[in-house]
Design a protein. Structure first.
Ligand SMILES: C[S@@+](CC[C@H](N)C(=O)[O-])C[C@H]1O[C@@H](n2cnc3c(N)ncnc32)[C@H](O)[C@@H]1O
Length: 463
């Protein structure tokens, strides 16, 4: 039996690691030798293979063993209605736009790339059927879920879930759309029928590919997948996503993947808690603007209304409920909302000018510095972005978001130790805050969501 320690000392281990990263794209494992060795040792034990060289040979010649290894390496954290804000954006912006755009063809194609065990594409099916069913009678709707992990795909096809997968799902939706089976819940056939699943490796299977069924999507949703990839890999994937969309089609990336610089070839639409990217080739009619921002909240502690129990995360509101009415930020001033509004429309130069104008009269307020940093990030001015973030922190060390964005910035710059410190600062600042406490300047972001996102990044770079 080979131990993880033996493997780490084995001269073939670096080759095995390189192969794993090459096949999966998961650069995440580049500095996680110990974790990787544990998983590989376990697989070797299972195959009764003692030497790393022999296992490497097996992997190269046997797709099944590679799949089994990949099944252990990939991280499949997922749940229904994960990050409600993104589903709100789908409901309020993307789907109405596509409904109008495709009114004559009456077709809708959606791809959930990296769907894990399926809650993401099934959530889309539920949203579509429950909220757009009447308008879409007679439409041809297809939702495709793909993943590299065959075990996850098998579970997705099975469509049976534990209670934990519903931690963000309103009870009425669970009861209406699932059938209880013992302690689990089975997705109802009418939703199941809307979704198909297939294996697809984002980093190895070239796309778009009509042969592979990966082309011509109106919506691509790829959340919490590319965070495990290297910057270069993601950079290479962005044009593939773009080409796989129809003209006017939409790309939704994860809540934790705010590096919009990579998505410059898209039209960016910022809305509360979500950033959307639209492929625009020619004269694409504008999508309806995001719902108007609510008025700024007066100073004082901000919590999300009507959500009181901190753990587990409160369910999303029933779909029929009105759009979020939570305030934008504590003490957001009128001129700052104008800066945000310009930035939301992608008018970076104007936003920067407006921000500078605010700063000229309010230079000791961390908020305009923070907003300025986000704008500069979009404009690709890294140095000035970092300086603005540090200034915001200097002006108020208790503001969590500048620490968080500095962490992201340092993570991208591969300054891991410094990034870790910034993320830890966020966690310390949030320590005594209930999950539903709104984060200052975070629009609808609450402490629970920020904690979760930071936790994911810390896992990625190693605690
Ligand atoms: C954290 S889950 C995200 C699930 C879902 N999108 C969500 O946000 O809830 C990441 C998924 O990406 C998949 N994945 C990792 N590398 C991949 C690749 N190269 N191609 C396709 N999927 C991949 C993993 O197997 C895993 O199921």
């Amino acid at each position: 039996m080979t131990s993880a320690a033996d493997l780490l000392a084995d001269p073939y281990f670096p080759r095995l690691k390189a192969l794993v990263i090459h096949v999966t794209g998961m650069a995440f494992y580049a500095d996680k030798d110990a974790d990787l060795a544990l998983i590989v040792a376990d697989r070797m034990d299972h195959c009764a293979i003692e030497s790393c060289a022999a296992y490497l040979e097996r992997l190269q010649g046997d797709g099944e063993e590679m799949d089994s290894l990949v099944a252990e390496l990939t991280i499949g954290e997922t749940y229904f209605f994960r990050h409600k804000e993104q589903f709100d954006a789908l409901r309020e912006i993307i789907l109405p736009d596509i409904l109008a755009r495709n009114a004559s063809s009456r077709r809708l194609r959606i791809w959930s790339a990296g769907c894990a065990t399926g809650p993401e594409p099934y959530t889309l099916a539920i949203l579509l059927k429950r909220e757009f069913g009447a308008q879409m009678l007679g439409w041809h709707v297809s939702i495709l879920g793909t993943d590299i992990n065959q075990k996850f795909l098998a579970r997705a096809r099975d469509g049976r879930y534990d209670q934990w997968a519903f931690r963000a799902t309103p009870d009425n939706i669970r009861h209406d759309c699932f059938i209880p089976v013992g302690k689990q819940w089975q997705i109802k056939p009418e939703y199941k029928a809307m979704v198909s699943f297939q294996y697809h490796n984002l980093t190895r299977n070239r796309f778009p590919s009509i042969t592979d069924n990966i082309a011509g999507f109106d919506i691509i949703i790829c959340r919490n997948v590319v965070i495990y990839f290297s910057h270069e890999t993601v950079e290479a994937l962005v044009p593939c996503f773009r080409e796989s969309l129809t003209d006017g089609g939409w790309l939704v990336m994860g809540h934790a993947e705010p590096n919009m610089e990579l998505f410059r070839s898209f039209r960016t639409v910022n809305c509360p808690g979500a950033v959307l990217y639209q492929r625009v080739d020619g004269d694409v009619p504008e999508a309806p603007p995001p719902s108007p921002r609510p008025p700024p909240r007066p100073p004082g502690p901000a919590t999300r209304p009507a959500k009181s129990s901190p753990k587990p995360k409160p369910p999303v509101r029933p779909s029929a409920a009105p759009a979020k009415t939570a305030p934008v930020a504590v003490a957001a001033s009128q001129p700052l909302s104008e800066v945000r509004s310009l930035a939301d429309q992608g008018k970076w130069d104007d936003a920067l000018r407006a921000c500078d104008a605010v700063l000229s009269g309010d230079a000791l307020n961390w908020r305009p510095h923070y907003l300025r940093a986000l704008i500069l990030d979009q404009m690709g001015d890294k140095e000035a972005c970092e300086a603005a973030l540090r200034r915001a922190i200097y002006l108020d060390r208790r503001a969590a978001l500048p620490h968080y964005h500095l962490g992201l910035f340092l993570q991208r710059a591969e300054e891991t130790e410094a990034a870790r410190r910034s993320f830890r600062n966020v966690l310390t600042l949030l320590e005594h805050q209930p999950d539903d406490m709104l984060v200052d300047e975070g629009e609808d972001l609450d402490a629970g969501q920020l904690r979760e996102t930071v936790g994911m990044h810390m896992k990625l770079i190693g605690m």
